[in-house]
Design a protein around this ligand. Structure first.
Ligand code: FES
Length: 189
């Protein structure tokens, strides 16, 4: 009986591990896999908080009401997280440490009981209100939140007014400053 003849094309096809169509399918699947992993990775990175708690840009726990400076004391300087915590007769404010004129770091002046910028002399009240100088507006500030020890919100800064918040009687209430939420100071006339 004569052996069955195999054409050269069929012989070549048999020798290939995969044909062209299969190769393209695999390549497409691999590309799709890479694309899906990339999208998932980017989505995950965006979902992460941009700032860690306790760092500038995040929420800073500054302590309890019991440990607040008195109204007559100088404001507390939070140098690393860039704010002053001022305890005023009307309540608490957290003032962004950057001058609203050209961005210098202003200081508290204990003799004159006000903030004074060393660069061009702008001056601000203890609660951040503009007094005089080339600054176009009062100091910017951050939202202050006071919570019960159980984590319930008692009071927080109203971003619309930026008014100081009253300090509750509970000495264990916890004070937090959200340095990710800046309230722009009011323009003066
Ligand atoms: S930068 Fe503060 S007064 Fe100019």
């Amino acid at each position: 009986m004569a052996a069955e003849e195999v054409s050269p094309n069929e012989e070549a096809k048999e020798r290939l591990p995969i044909n062209r169509r299969e190769f393209l399918n695999y390549a497409w699947l691999v590309s799709l896999g890479f694309f899906t992993i990339s999208v998932a990775g980017i989505t995950y990175l965006f979902a992460l908080p941009r700032f860690k708690e306790g760092e500038f840009g995040g929420v800073i726990t500054v302590g309890t009401v019991e440990n607040l400076p008195n109204i007559s004391d100088p404001p507390d300087n939070y140098a690393k997280t860039k704010f002053w915590l001022s305890h005023t007769p009307e309540g608490l404010v957290a003032l962004y440490k950057v001058c609203t004129h050209l961005g210098c770091l202003y200081n508290w002046n204990g003799q004159e009981i006000k903030y004074i910028c060393p660069c061009h002399g702008s001056q601000f009240e203890k609660d951040g209100k503009y007094i005089q100088g080339p600054a176009p507006r009062s100091l910017d500030q951050f939202v202050v939140r006071i919570e019960s020890p159980e984590g319930e919100l008692i009071v927080e800064t109203d971003p619309a007014t930026g008014a100081p918040i009253p300090v509750p009687d509970n000495p264990d209430a916890i004070i937090k400053v959200d340095t990710g939420t800046r309230i722009i100071g009011k323009q003066h006339a």
